[in-house]
Design a protein around this ligand. Sequence first.
Ligand code: OAD
Length: 237
Amino acid sequence: MTRKNIVILTGAGISAESGISTFRDTGGLWENHRLEDVATPEGFEADPHLVHRFYNARRAQLHEVAPNAAHFALAALERAWEGRGDFLLVTQNVDDLHERAGSRRLLHMHGELRRLRCTMCEETHPHAQDAGLELACPACGRAGTMRPDIVWFGEIPYHMDEIGAALGEADIFCAIGTSGLVYPAAGFAAEAVHNRRGCELFEINPNPTGVEVYDHVIAAPATHGMAELLRLLGVED
Ligand code: OAD
């Protein structure tokens, strides 16, 4: 059997059925806050306490939610793909539902709720509890320098070299639950199409995104859509 490499991109929609709200399905507000106030470096500079409180609430919510069938199906796909080709899961989500479902080759391109970053030395650290300016950086020892390890608007996403290399070698690309509005992730499908391997493109989204490069659009919520994707790829769940 010829080897086929898979790259999957997930967005907020894959966690919607776990009870985490998406960004743009709620009228441009994220949990009642304007994105500029809680998801930009300028917002953090203007009111770091508000921003910490906001992400503390998002971090605490992780205790109340669980991975859904789509997260588990992706972990099953990764296991089933062993020996068939490379597998990479890239997520824009900052929740930890993919890892809790058992995904292993996983890159969080927009950071993680359960990590903090020092604004001075740039080191990142796991952090599962509430955070605030009273914390000292475990690496450099300075106090008042810790921020959520989230890639905010205007900042450069993580792992771009590794993601670019995987897209260059992808035979199958699938975007799940993402509006296709935020770059650079929004450009991944086009990048995969142009990689000269004849990459086959799938999209799973219950709503039309208007992105036109996909060969197969599975117009369903992620849980049902993943079952269909596994069927199309010949993988038993
Ligand atoms: P969006 O909120 O922009 O889009 C969510 C997508 O999920 C929409 O296209 C919905 O149609 C779809 N959707 C809703 N319910 C679904 C379901 N049950 N199954 C599958 N899809 C469903 O979220 P993202 O595309 O992830 O950045 O947004 C990208 C980035 O913008 C986020 O990572 C975030 C935000 O600003 C940062 O936090 C840095």
